[in-house]
Design a protein around this ligand. Sequence first.
Ligand code: VGL
Ligand code: ZN
Length: 197
Amino acid sequence: MGVKLRPGDALLLVDVQADFVDGALAVPRAAETIPVLNAYIAAFERHRLPIVAMRDWHPANHPSFKAFGGPWPPHCVVNSPGAQFAAGLVVPPRLRMVSKSSMREQYSGFDDTDMHAVLSDLGVRRLFVGGLATDYCVVATVLDARKLGYEVVVLVDAVRAVDVKPGDGERALRQMLAAGAVPLERAALEAAESARA
Ligand code: VGL
Ligand code: ZN
């Protein structure tokens, strides 16, 4: 399926942070998303369309960490190297950042953040979502975006799953599509782009 970028579109990078790629909570094959995300960043830059990045931005004593009763190793601690953008991501200069920094689990970028306000200010109606992890922050963010009335395009070759249980990523993708999100592969965007040129 081809998709043409248009006004009202924005790219949303979900937690493309060092700890999720090769750090404390490394998601299998996460590094494969980086060149694909870079291609989307370049396309949105060319079209002068907004790019928003959300990030895990946890205090050192966050309740999602095992030592404090949660399921995860410590990750994306505020100002730590693991919380920085993943190596190789070409971070655009016009980026809007949304941090998830509450003292509780926030898988969705819309949960207790200014995401909806940021997107509304930018006039965003359709979100292109890629990043980490498919079965946690990507799915939670996409489902909230749909509830809020955004059109959503899931960048299926620019997401990867933790897969704590095998199949979690597949199930998350099915949930997103069932909620009305549309899948897009990089090749289909590029085909649509060159057909227009
Ligand atoms: C995430 C586990 C813990 C994610 C964040 O970004 O998907 N997963 N914190
Ligand atoms: Zn986290």
